[in-house]
Design a protein around this ligand. Structure first.
Ligand code: 9L3
Ligand code: MG
Length: 136
């Protein structure tokens, strides 16, 4: 059980190809059903954020990645699930992402990213990402 006030530690993938970024839609049985997010999930006990991201992306998208760099940590501390979201740039090690959990995915152009209906913690992350991409 989660302790009261416990903050969930979560990792998210920023995967960029050309002028597009990969996003996934949360499956329908989920609390945040149909909200878009940067793929990833909970860090398990004893795991580094990088290892958690590699594992989650293998599980959800069936591909292996190389983690490049930390981009931003978003604290979304509101109930019902206060969370800390660590976002990393990464690259594919070969192959293409294929949804393993019936979720939708898409490569979305940078200039359309902010029009998606994102999960709450991913909204500021998407905004930071678009600002960053406009400067590089
Ligand atoms: N979450 C939010 N934004 C994200 C990710 C990967 C996850 N980009 C939230 C949704 C859940 C919690 O973190 O409340 C745990 O995620 P998961 O393990 O259900 O994917
Ligand atoms: Mg997940």
């Amino acid at each position: 059980m989660l302790e009261r006030n416990a903050v969930l530690e979560v990792v998210a993938l920023l995967l960029i190809q050309g002028e597009k970024v990969l996003v996934a839609q949360r499956p329908k049985k989920d609390r945040l059903a149909y909200k878009w997010e940067f793929p990833g999930g909970k860090i398990e006990k004893g795991e580094s954020p990088e290892d958690a991201l590699i594992r989650e992306i293998q599980e959800e998208l069936g591909v292996s990645i190389r983690v490049l760099s930390h981009f931003k940590t978003i604290e979304h501390l509101e109930p019902p699930v206060p969370l800390r979201l660590y976002a990393y740039f990464a690259q594919l090690q070969g192959g293409n992402p294929v949804p393993q959990e019936q979720q939708n995915i898409q490569w979305i152009p940078f200039n359309e990213l902010l029009s998606l209906d994102f999960a709450p913690a991913d909204i500021p992350l998407a905004q930071y990402l678009v600002s960053y991409l406009n400067t590089v």
